[in-house]
Design a protein around this ligand. Structure first.
Ligand code: ADP
Length: 592
């Protein structure tokens, strides 16, 4: 209703003043008027008393009406009143307010209230409308008595009531002036009070605005007087407490967001309507999305994987933890274990759900790799064991009596047993390298010495096939950091293969050289070579280009797999170049 405190205060003051004045006017005006009338009546009575005896004498003397009329006109002039002489039976004998020739026409005044009262009580007064003069008049009357105390007539004085009304009017005028002064004072007071009340309120509203905008003023408030001061103090305290709580909340939020952002798992949270409220950078990567863009959007709309959306819907409906494995095809195929649980309010109502995605791709690959490994190993072991048991059965069935065959069979059994031992050793080595446990510390390795030993190790087999081994390494020690026994094994496997897969009279060359950013060992041969389509797979476990030939040569199919693992341990690489019928070259590179 009122837009400002000043207007409201002013209106309140004015209302109080006006109501006060109205009440005063209503109550005081009749009182003042009656007091004035009383005062005038008393004055008139004094005048009546002064001329009463004269008039009594004249009436008693029964002077002519003209004399009486002249007397009343004279008295009326002197007293500035209307003077009337009335006979004992109410006939007007003389009246200063009526022309002489009309006095006898005046009606009987015996019943006039002031005359009745004067008759009964010795004096009478009245304030009423005069039909004779057609105006409000104040009357006083006294009886005129003879010596025998008998009433011989009445003397009546009257004045115009406008005199009393004039006094009331004067008082009313004074009251209006007082009212105007009071209104001005009210205006000044309301301005003063509104200022002293509204300033703290303005300050408070500014403070409240700042609080609403997230700024928390601590010292902008001044403490005023009255209750507003207490309010200001409370707002200031509230502001300080809010600032602290907000700081605490913001710290906690930062902590949570830092934790969630630095998690290796994908974290996705939704509200009760399956709309995203939180997602960490891992989710961005998995689903190729941008977090700020997907916030507040429905999971189904922005994440192109219905399984995750279904999972979250299921959790929101079920209200308990749900685990599910999800396969994500794009951008690359990955397997995730999704663990989703409901977000509950303190009174147990579901208000959303959070899903954590664990990347189990490697774990699943490892599991698959293990089961394949077990299957391969069983298969590899089965063949020599079947042969061995076959030879033993043949011997037991009587062949043992044939000395030549017995020796032949036992030699075969011995060969298979040797192969079996080699196979088992290789399997053990592969699993040892794969487990990456207790591989030993990196130490200085003299590559020249290591190459010399490996060449010596295959020298016999090479000589048997008339294969020439050429070394292109510096004669002085050539040092490199690594695990000697594994590097040796890798070089030996390469030399072994080179000799095995090179025909008689061929050539094997081993070179070692320091490069800018590491060390290189290369084994090249002039052997049978490897067809192009096999080059990608020869480092897989048990992979052979020609299984029969490999087995004949005592190969296990694990030699190059061991080489690959050794290079992985050293953060190095192995590269193969090969041309069928021309030879192969394996290059090991160890970074510095
Ligand atoms: P293996 O015990 O059969 O030699 P490897 O893992 O050492 O197993 O080698 C895998 C396969 O790669 C071999 O079976 C062979 O077919 C091929 N291979 C390896 N080295 C050579 C080479 N120097 N020349 C031709 N083929 C090779």
């Amino acid at each position: 209703m009122f837009r400002s405190l000043r207007t409201a205060l002013f209106a309140a003051f004015i209302s109080v003043i006006v109501i006060g004045f109205l009440v005063l006017a209503l109550l005081a005006t009749p009182l003042i008027k009656s007091a004035t009338v009383n005062q005038i009546s008393a004055e008139l009575l004094k005048q009546v008393a002064l001329v009463g005896q004269d008039i009594t004498d004249l009436v008693m003397q029964k002077v002519s009406d003209t004399k009486l009329q002249n007397k009343v006109l004279k008295v009326a002039r002197l007293t500035n009143s209307r003077v009337t002489i009335i006979s004992a039976d109410g006939i007007v004998l003389a009246d200063s307010g009526t022309p002489f020739d009309q006095v006898k026409n005046l009606e009987n005044h015996g019943n006039r209230p002031e005359v009745v009262e004067a008759r009964d009580k010795g004096q009478g007064r009245s304030s009423r409308f005069s039909n004779t003069l057609n105006k409000e008049l104040i009357y006083v009357a006294v009886p005129l008595k003879n010596s025998g105390n008998n009433i011989i007539g009445y003397l009546r004085f009257s004045v115009n009531e406008t005199y009393a009304a004039g006094i009331v009017l004067k008082i009313q005028k004074a009251a209006v002036v007082a009212l105007v002064i009071a209104v001005l004072v009210a205006l000044i007071l309301s301005m003063f009070f509104s200022r002293s009340f509204s300033l703290p309120i303005i300050r408070l509203s500014q403070a409240a605005k700042m609080i609403a905008q997230g700024q928390f003023p601590i010292t902008i408030l001044h403490h005023s007087r009255f209750e507003v001061g207490i309010l200001e103090q409370s707002v200031e305290e509230m502001s300080k407490k809010l600032a602290k709580s907000f700081q605490k909340l913001s710290n906690e939020r930062t902590q949570i967001s830092t934790i969630v952002s630095s998690m290796a798992e994908g974290v996705l949270a939704v509200d009760i309507n399956n709309k995203i409220i939180l997602a960490n950078p891992v989710i961005e990567k998995i689903f190729s999305v941008v977090v700020p863009e997907i916030l507040t959007k429905n999971v189904r709309e922005v994440i192109r994987n219905n399984e995750i959306s279904d999972l979250l819907v299921d959790v929101l409906q079920a209200g308990h933890l749900v685990n599910r494995e999800l396969k994500i095809i794009l951008p690359v195929e990955r397997i995730f274990l999704a663990q989703a649980s409901p977000i509950l309010t303190h009174d147990g109502k579901i208000q959303g759900a959070v899903c954590v995605l664990y990347d189990v791709t490697n774990l699943r690959k490892l599991e698959q790799y293990r089961s394949e490994f077990v299957a391969n190993v069983s298969h590899e072991l089965k063949t020599p064991l079947t042969s061995i048991s076959g030879y033993i059965e043949t011997l037991l069935d009587g062949a043992v009596d044939d000395k030549d065959n017995t020796i032949k069979f036992i030699k075969k059994i011995e060969k298979h047993t040797r192969n079996l031992t080699t196979l088992i050793n290789d399997i053990l080595e592969v699993s040892h390298l794969e487990s990456k446990q207790e591989l030993g510390p990196f130490q200085e390795v003299d590559i020249t010495g290591l190459v010399n030993r490996a060449v010596e190790s295959v020298a016999g087999a090479a000589k048997a096939k008339d294969i020439k081994i050429v070394k292109c390494c510096a004669s002085e020690p050539c040092l490199m950091m690594g695990i000697e026994e594994h590097i040796y094994r890798a070089v030996l496997n390469l030399l072994d293969n080179a000799v095995n897969y090179t025909s008689a009279g061929g050539r094997v060359e081993i070179s070692c050289a320091r490069k800018d950013n590491g060390f290189e060992i290369a084994v090249a041969d002039s052997g049978i070579g490897i067809p192009q389509e096999h080059l990608d797979r020869i480092f897989e476990r048990f992979y052979r280009v020609d299984t029969a030939r490999s087995k004949e040569l005592g190969g296990t199919g694990l030699g190059l797999s061991i080489v690959k693992h050794v290079m992985n341990i050293h953060n190095g690489t192995v590269i193969v170049e090969s041309h069928v019928g021309q030879g192969s070259k394996f290059t090991l590179f160890f970074p510095a």
